[in-house]
Ligand binder design. Structure first.
Ligand SMILES: Cc1ncc(COP(=O)(O)O)c(C=O)c1O
Length: 429
């Protein structure tokens, strides 16, 4: 189905996800429901290991902002990858499952001193220095604790990914990283090199997300290789690591291409080989940080259709029991998704708008899609919802967050419980 090999139909025409009957999942765990295909995630981690770690001696950290919870950190740990975290909350969750903290990369454009202290105490392997606030806090806190902290410095490489403005990060006018044009980066590196308890490991850049062309990584490597030459000469150092970020795109709709990780990693590795050689430098170890690519296509959100409103000659709304609370991406960036009918898929198709239940006109999950006629009580599954859905979910309108289940070879297990109304008022005084 749309190239998702794990989506099939049983003999009654019911949608199966990795061999699990969707209606049975809804009966067991309730609606709406996030379903994550564990086999797909494992397969992708294997691809990353084979194509980048084993083939090229690189390292990979899963950008856990895409889908973050204890089960996911356990899974990534079992797959031998590291993680990228961007907050005390993500760090704490990782620590709670004994994630090897030396394989954690800590990002963020506004880390609090408390978060930096936590990272240093936990022994996080690489703190990504985003600005002078980080420089000062990391130097001060690592001195106080007399604990050596590994750091990489984030730059805005002035390279633009062809993606939505809100998920572009590498361009000059970005809130992330040091500019390459005003001497601030060199100043930061100098301060870090002088600090007794800091280990400068290299430079980081992330050019954007949902990138479907690898060309942008070529430009990124070219900019960074020149920068490595400059820093090497300026400070008489050897830099051993480079972090090229994530951003590998996935299939959401038929206008997207489904890409193997090697499409990105082969080019990154060959460009680093070539550019560093040309600049007379030793080849650094390449770290990558894919998030969406690891989990995005593995997710299907199951919903129950409730109210149906047909505005003759205008449009037909089918409303589901979730919405922008479990998937804010359509209102936030105009993200587009495909959906499928779970049952009664042989009914005649019609164009509909899939609306959420929140009290916002903008709470539309899919603006226009052709689906077999849906009646109240029927179900749909929205595809490729594994990344930035559960992790971006909210309790707007006091909607409890759905449960999350992992499915694997015909079996399912609950990994995040459905919230209750009691959970909703838990912190109210
Ligand atoms: C620094 C950094 N690394 C990695 C990622 C992961 O991006 P993606 O999920 O598109 O791979 C992001 C996303 O925002 C990021 O900011």
């Amino acid at each position: 189905m749309f190239g998702y090999e794990f989506l099939t139909r049983d003999k009654n025409g019911i949608l199966e996800i990795e061999g699990c009957n969707s209606l049975d999942l809804l009966k067991e765990y309730g609606s709406p429901l996030y379903v994550m295909n564990e086999s797909d995630i494992i397969n992708r981690c294997t691809q990353i290991r084979e194509n980048h770690i084993e083939k090229h001696g690189g390292f990979a950290v899963y950008a856990s902002k895409a889908f973050s919870n204890k089960a996911m950190y356990r899974l990534i740990k079992s797959q031998g990858l590291g993680i990228d975290v961007v907050s005390g909350g993500e760090m704490y969750t990782a620590k709670s499952v004994d994630f090897p903290m030396e394989n954690v990369v800590f990002h963020g454009n506004n880390k609090s001193p408390q978060e930096i202290e936590m990272a240093i105490e936990y022994g996080v392997g690489r703190v990504i220095i985003d600005n002078f606030y980080d420089v000062e806090n990391v130097i001060r806190i690592s001195n106080e604790k007399k604990k050596k902290t590994g750091v990489m410095v984030r730059v805005a490489p002035g390279v633009e990914g062809d993606t939505h403005d809100f998920i572009k990060t590498g361009h000059e006018d970005s809130k992330f990283g040091f500019s390459l044009n005003d001497g601030s980066l060199e100043k930061a590196v100098e301060m870090l090199l002088k600090a007794e308890y800091v280990n400068f490991r290299g430079i980081h850049a992330h050019v954007g997300s949902q990138l479907l062309e690898n060309e942008v990584f070529k430009k990124e490597v070219s900019v960074l290789a020149k920068l490595y030459r400059k820093l090497t000469d300026m400070f008489n150092i050897e830099i051993n690591e480079i972090n090229l970020g994530g951003g590998f795109g996935i299939f959401y709709t038929e206008s997207d291409t489904r890409l193997d990780v090697s499409y990105f990693t082969d080019l990154m590795n060959s460009e680093v080989d070539r550019e560093f050689k040309e600049n007379g430098l030793k080849r650094p170890m390449i770290i990558i940080e894919p998030g969406r690519w690891v989990v995005g296509e593995a997710g299907v959100t199951l919903y129950t259709v409730g109210a149906i409103k047909n505005i003759e000659g205008v449009r037909k709304y089918i409303s589901v029991d979730g919405g922008m609370t479990d998937n804010p991406r359509p209102p936030l960036y105009g993200a587009e998704y495909l959906a499928v009918a779970i049952e009664n898929a042989d009914r005649e198709e019609e164009n509909v708008t899939v609306a959420g239940k929140c009290c916002e006109s903008g709470d539309i999950l899919i603006n226009k899609i052709s689906l077999p006629e849906r009646k109240s009580g029927d179900h749909i599954g929205i595809l490729s919802t594994g990344a930035y859905n559960y992790s971006m979910s909210s309790n707007y309108n006091r909607l409890p967050k759905p449960a999350v289940v992992m499915v694997k070879e015909g079996t399912s297990r609950l990994i995040v419980k459905r919230e209750t109304y009691e959970d909703i008022i838990r912190n109210d005084i």
